[in-house]
Design a protein around this ligand. Structure first.
Ligand SMILES: C[S@@+](CC[C@H](N)C(=O)[O-])C[C@H]1O[C@@H](n2cnc3c(N)ncnc32)[C@H](O)[C@@H]1O
Length: 219
């Protein structure tokens, strides 16, 4: 109760003030980016097309955008890669926001856009969707600093599925979250393929990760 009040207050303030130091600089090519390129290469099979629209959900600071971009760019000369993040103005201890960091990571990537917004405000259609570590239990969302009202895994999944044209890749952290993800997919009657554990030599994690591929019927 008190935690949620604090999260609501902090979230409100940072969303309104959008405060950040400017001109963030980091390592554009980094292990997160390598990791994402590697797991996408293992588990996604896009078809070549004249143009592609791809959505990354919950992009954080999008430090891994280059890996995602490099992967999808192989399948189309005209790539639009959108990242959406509801808590884009969260500050790091060095007073740069995720938004400011994301601006640095997408620099020079034509067709890449970072939207500081709620997934529910995203419309249109996407050929491919990447969703790394959605919140499917309330505690991680609370620890992340988000107000409880944003805990709505079923509504978000339904919305994401509505945006999907071809293939969506979801990665969950830990067996429990993966089982909850499976239950959500089944409840919404979304057909899926369970991929088992997702791992990469580029970056190793303490908790095992699990993946799902969701394909639209007509694909
Ligand atoms: C566990 S983090 C994963 C971040 C990133 N995808 C990664 O793998 O490092 C989940 C992210 O989803 C974002 N998020 C949660 N609900 C959202 C919503 N409704 N719309 C957009 N982003 C959301 C959170 O703020 C958080 O940055």
């Amino acid at each position: 109760m008190f935690d949620d009040l604090r999260n609501r207050f902090d979230f409100f303030i940072r969303s309104k003030t959008k405060f950040s130091r400017k001109n963030y600089r980091g390592e554009a090519e980094n292990p997160e980016s390598e990791y994402v390129y590697d797991i996408l290469s293992k588990f996604m099979k896009p078809k070549e097309r004249d143009s592609l629209r791809v959505l990354d959900i919950g992009s954080k600071n999008w430090a891994y955008v280059r890996g995602e971009y490099r992967f999808f760019r192989q399948f189309s000369p005209n790539l639009e890669l959108d990242g959406v993040e509801i808590d884009a103005y969260r500050l790091y201890s060095n007073f740069y926001s995720r938004y400011e960091a994301a601006k640095f990571y997408i620099k020079g990537l034509e067709g890449a856009n970072y939207y500081p917004d709620d997934l529910l405000n995203i419309g249109g259609k996407y050929d491919y969707i990447v969703w790394l570590l959605p919140f499917v239990t309330p505690y991680p969302l609370k620890r992340w600093g988000l107000p409880e009202r944003y805990f709505m895994p079923e509504k978000l999944l339904k919305h994401a599925y509505g945006l999907l044209e071809r293939e969506m890749f979801i990665v969950n952290q830990g067996e429990e979250e993966a089982e909850i993800q499976r239950a959500l997919l089944e409840k919404l009657k979304i057909p899926y393929e369970f991929l088992g554990t997702i791992s990469s030599k580029a970056l190793e994690f303490k908790n095992l990760r699990y993946g799902y591929i969701i394909k639209k019927d007509n694909y």
